[in-house]
Design a protein around this ligand. Structure first.
Ligand code: VG1
Ligand code: CO
Length: 550
């Protein structure tokens, strides 16, 4: 087969700056001639030492529209830049956690994950490209900054010419000149890993002995459908009726593949209607999760704290012990209480999973989470939706050994009895005018502590910055924190994952030692009012109501 490398002239595009998690733009933007090529070349240009020469790269994505085109481009540009081996999920499919697992298992030098996560897909919606380093985690800021710099100065990219397309549909090895492309089963390695982590035997027994326990898993037409089927039905023996929307679709069936109370409404309704014991969903690329029952919604901040509390019943943590716990800054402080009880370190990092990686690599972090429906551990370097759902099954099965009949709700109320409850809510104002949002944030930064609102007194007000305890790298301006005398918090951030305008996120938290049964919106209403007042949000954004409340 003929194989040659050519150089193509190009010039920079504005705005190819990776956000919280990769570069996310409308598909139409990526489809512009040379736009995607430029960004891919920039990844290879900026790839950490020793660079792409002779490297092995994992490639895959969430199945959204334009993904297969992007895979072909990555192989051609990567091959021309010296990549020796590509490991690609069948049909291009790899969930984000499965890609992270594969990078680690196969000792690859990194990976490119094609996803815009929970953003809608299809020709009119979003696409995304994310680079992960050899630890399997999202590239740190030093690398994403270097990628961005490369996009600003690019004048040419390299592309390999060979006369065939990569056949993504057939598992096996294909060679193109000096380059080998291995297509792998998208699910097998990941399922094997999950089986090593959790007590499948215990869950199976629990399911057999508790026929009235029901599971409903909704993949929201995202990438986790095949993973969910293999684990919940084939391995654990739940019936087919436990699966919903488990066929990955290029446009996610026109819906928003985001597991929260707004966008996963049909799951929430089914769980209530059919009195489901455990309802669960994950997002487009499979790194997020939502867990609920017909009588309780578990906030992600509570979920990670509960998993940490019960970690000893999970075989993986029995083997490794709990080294430390962590959360992103806006996530509620529930997990800090578990860390204190267990006598392990607790870390508070900026929003975005990339900040957990160094701590894990240094052996200081076992379990962590974000309020944005992200939960995970050091088994890989991405958050992991299926992992969190199986963790809940493992915990429920374990609790039932001594408390038969215990469900999500009783597990939560027992947890609150031990630790108290951190009430939490987030208000999102999506696609607002960028200028207004920036002005609002700038004004918030100028405010001083000391203000009082009824009984609430502001004792601390800052713009969160973080010094990585492992490599001492500094991240500035990670969100304005307003902290009150009773430890309540209001936090303002602008999203770094949107593809249009700005998204304002307002995070609200209040701790209660005694009263656990309030509805979160009722419990937090006074603080919500203060947040709107303090920020003058309506004046700056023109919005009276949030787009999404979680
Ligand atoms: C959001 C979440 C953040 C998460 C990120 C990526 O970022 O708030 O916690 O890590 O999405 O998740 P932002 O900047 O929009 O607030 V995913 O599932 O998109 O990879
Ligand atoms: Co995601």
């Amino acid at each position: 087969m003929s194989f040659s490398v050519r150089t193509v002239d190009t010039s920079p595009f504005d705005g190819q700056k990776p956000g919280t998690s990769g570069l996310r733009k409308r598909v139409k933007v990526f489809q512009q001639p040379k736009y995607t090529e430029n960004f891919i070349q920039a990844i290879f240009t900026a790839m950490p030492a020793p660079g792409p020469q002779n490297a092995t790269l994992v490639v895959g994505g969430d199945g959204r529209y334009f993904m297969k085109d992007a895979v072909q481009k990555i192989v051609r540009i990567g091959a021309a830049n010296g990549i020796k081996k590509f490991i690609i999920g069948q049909d291009g499919i790899l969930s984000t956690p499965a890609a992270s697992a594969l990078i680690r298992k196969r000792d690859a030098d990194g990976g490119i994950i094609l996803t815009a996560s929970h953003n809608p897909g299809g020709p009119e919606n979003d696409f995304g490209i994310k680079y992960n380093t050899r630890n399997g985690g999202p590239a740190p800021e030093s690398v994403t900054d270097a990628i961005y710099q490369a996009t600003c100065t690019i004048s040419e990219y390299k592309e390999a010419d060979f006369d065939a397309h990569v056949d993504l549909s057939t598992v096996g090895i294909q060679t193109f000149g000096p380059v080998s492309v291995e297509i792998v089963d998208s699910v097998a390695d990941y399922v094997e890993l999950i089986k090593e982590i959790f007590d499948f035997e215990l869950i199976r027994k629990f399911r057999q002995q508790t026929p009235d326990f029901t599971l409903l898993f909704d993949a929201l037409n995202g990438v986790t459908g095949p993973y969910g089927r293999r684990i919940f039905v084939d391995e654990l023996g739940f019936p087919e009726t436990s699966l919903a929307n488990c066929t990955p679709l290029e446009d996610f069936g026109g819906s928003h593949p985001d597991p929260n109370l707004t966008y996963a409404r049909s799951l929430v309704d089914s769980v209530e209607k059919h009195k489901i014991s455990l309802g669960a969903a994950s997002d487009g690329d499979g790194d997020r999760n939502m867990v609920l029952s017909h009588d309780w919604f578990v906030t992600p901040s509570d979920s990670v704290a509960v998993i940490a509390h019960y970690a000893d019943c999970i075989p993986y943590f029995k083997r490794t012990g709990i080294r430390g716990l962590a959360r992103s800054m806006p996530t509620s402080c529930a997990i800090d209480r578990v860390a204190a009880a267990k006598g392990v370190e607790a870390f508070e990092v900026p929003t975005g999973w990339k900040f957990f990686g160094n701590l894990m690599d240094a052996g200081r972090l076992s379990i962590c989470g974000e309020e944005s429906f992200g939960t995970g551990s050091d088994h890989i370097r991405e958050k992991d939706g299926i992992w969190a759902i199986v963790a809940w099954l493992n915990i429920i099965a374990h609790v039932n050994l001594t408390a038969p009949g215990a469900g999500v709700r009783s597990i939560m109320s027992e947890f609150y009895k031990v630790y108290g409850r951190n009430y939490f809510t987030r208000y999102d104002y999506e696609e607002v005018d960028s200028e207004g949002a920036t002005q609002m944030m700038n004004r918030l930064r100028t405010l001083e502590p000391g203000m009082a609102f009824g009984s609430y007194k502001v004792v601390k007000l800052d713009d969160f910055h973080y010094t990585d305890p492992v490599d001492q790298s500094i991240s500035q301006k990670q969100g304005v924190r307003i902290i009150f005398q009773d430890t309540s918090r209001i936090i303002f951030r602008l999203s770094g994952t949107g593809s249009q305008g700005a998204t304002v996120r307002v995070y609200i938290e209040r701790y209660d030692e005694k009263e656990f049964a309030l509805d979160a919106q009722t419990a937090l209403k006074p603080l919500v009012d203060i947040a709107l007042d303090i920020s003058q949000l309506e004046k700056y954004t023109g919005r009276k109501e949030p787009t999404v409340i979680t």
